[in-house]
Design a protein around this ligand. Sequence first.
Ligand SMILES: Cc1cc2nc3c(=O)[nH]c(=O)nc-3n(C[C@H](O)[C@H](O)[C@H](O)COP(=O)(O)OP(=O)(O)OC[C@H]3O[C@@H](n4cnc5c(N)ncnc54)[C@H](O)[C@@H]3O)c2cc1C
Length: 737
Amino acid sequence: MATVSSVQPETLRTLPSDAARQIQWGFADRYDLQLLVQSTRAIARGPVARLVASGGRNSHEWTPEKALLLEAFDGAGITAVFVEPEEGGLFGGPKNLALALVAFELAWVDGGAATASLAGCLALAPIHERGTPEQQRRYMKLAAPGQPGEDRKPWRGAFCLTEPIPYVGVDTGMLNGKVRIVEWKPGQEPVLQVEKRGRFITNIGFANFITAAVDSDDERIKGSCIVILEEGDSGVFDRGTPTKKMVHQLSSTGDPIFNLRIPASRIVGGYEVKEGVIIPRYNHSEVIEAVFRRTRVTVGVMTAAKLLSSVEPIIRYQRTRFRGAETATPGSVRFELGLQAREDALHRLVDVWATGEASASLAFAAARVFDELDPLEKEMEKLYAERGVTGGKAKMKLLREASDQAVKLIELPARDARKVALHSDLLVRFAALDSLADVLCPAAKLWNTGWGAQMMREAVSLMGGYGITEDCPGFLGNKWMDAQLEATYEGPEAVQRRQLSVTMTNPVFLAQFRGWIGEMRGIAAEYPGTGGCALATAMTMWYWTLHHLQRSKDADGSKLYQSARQGVTFPLADALCWLVAARSQILDVLRLRQQGAADASLAEGLAGLVKFMTDLCHVQSSRASGEVDRICTELVFGYNRHPSWDEAGARSCWHQDELDEIEGLIPGFNAYAFDVVQSDGSHPQKAGPCVKCDEAQPFFMLRTKLALCHTGSRLAKDRAAEAISKIMIPEALDYPA
Ligand SMILES: Cc1cc2nc3c(=O)[nH]c(=O)nc-3n(C[C@H](O)[C@H](O)[C@H](O)COP(=O)(O)OP(=O)(O)OC[C@H]3O[C@@H](n4cnc5c(N)ncnc54)[C@H](O)[C@@H]3O)c2cc1C
């Protein structure tokens, strides 16, 4: 039974507290993660902030001051997050949310510091995901910080995929790095020679080991693989010159050269020998696929942190902008509100804040999905072993069957008892969650960093000239530039769009997506101010458009939805990102509303906070719906050829003599006709007769509906703006400028 919202007419009192964030981002029940957040924050707002403030970013070199940050990370437990307790790590179980929170806290102050920490995990990730048990034991132990009383420095790693032009970049298949056998004594392990040059490799200034992608240069090695290189290996381990980057200067980046001899046991995941040929268990693509699908989420988190971190400095700047001037006396609007007396300044800040909320919600949702997926993947490996399912094809067959089953179950009505299998049947559960992860990860990377970089520019602009100075509180100018790197590394936008254009058409994902439409309407029914209804209509429009494009051809008869047609698939992927981000934001605010009341520390300001957050959802949903509308309209109509005033075009028009005849029978008919061709052949002065597109009628209806769904969104923005003008903020930022 629907109930009317019971939120009090309260307003936002303070910036969201940790308790609120813990509920929103799903770690209210994880005391270990809450402690990790606190210890990471102390490093971020302490040593990291001080280093940035004292000009640490002004050098490309890896300096002793920057190196001290690594020790600070060790001391705070950050380095230990990725490793298991038995290897010296902090806690067991999946680490995606934990790493996302670390990234969030560090990137709140400096993206480079966050990257320096995360790049170590990226180096370990191939070993973690696909390494042999021996490799995992060795490198995880080495990478863990020393235990009390242990005189040992943790090993740092770098992940080396990208190569000097013209080789690996976006196209990760164009490998120039080579591996060949230089010694293979009977009964002994083969010795390999690895030649690899890297480009833009993070952590290279200090890494003790490297996970590097290489291709076979020897007919006795099949295909490509990832190998582990160590600093002490015999041969060339040249860290190269530091990259003169304009971003993330607190991390070390350079173009290394390796020419090293290593035992074959360093092939990640191991190998088998068949007829004298080494066959790596995983080729390099299989390894990086498993790695990036997790690590890209944390990159998306970083840009979200930047946007949210900009809110407080902007409010402070706006409020105090005119203080000290003769005309701005205490109590006057100019003194109290400063720039916040201006609607545009507030509205733009609302947009920045709403984007930050949506992107954080999306990235943390993705991290949580991977935390759920990790143990399932392990169970799946066991299941394959139990059933004797080996080889890619057999696994694919099993998963296809599970996917069909998952689609059927997802589409059952909510109360159908058979639906329980969605949670209890391993295969089905895996298929559903995997398809979701396949969308959420690239969406978080693509939208958060790409759109986030655009919105960081907005944030910077709100600080006026100050925004682009080194003195800007919150280092907003740095963050703007840094956001562009986040959009680029671990695969730039094209890579994420390419992936989404495939994963978003997975029937299992689409079945869940259809469910989201009802879910959003349900939420909107209970809590009308979220914008959920508009989002549901926009989702329907996106779904209709995908279906339409998959069946349609352009004016020249070429198929529209196909991988080569990036002009079709990529924008549709962008549109989906807006939807998943806004949905995640709504779900997080709903959780805050539902669980917040049980938290005594939140109780007092909860109503105002939820009201404000709900208004931000409405603003964001409206914006997202508008983007979907724009993109879909262009795609649905843009590939048709506009009629012209030629013979074919004229055939679809009224002719004046016809009209005159009808006018005799139906007086006034003339008034309804447009695109009329006169008896001398003349016609209205425009590009051609107006387009008729009968098969798009449902689309027109959706557009009209969507336009009406924007109702109230600007009122929500006004309310959010007013709330921001009244919010209390601390006297000063808690980290230096
Ligand atoms: C500071 C920094 C740190 C880095 N750290 C690491 C690291 O630790 N390890 C590592 O291996 N790499 C690292 N990189 C490399 C980074 O991952 C690559 O720069 C990135 O993947 C893009 O490759 P590229 O520069 O060769 O761009 P390109 O491949 O040349 O792409 C250029 C442009 O063309 C577009 N494009 C390319 N191919 C396509 C396509 N098929 N379809 C459509 N558009 C396309 C791209 O989207 C992009 O806009 C780092 C880079 C930087 C700058």
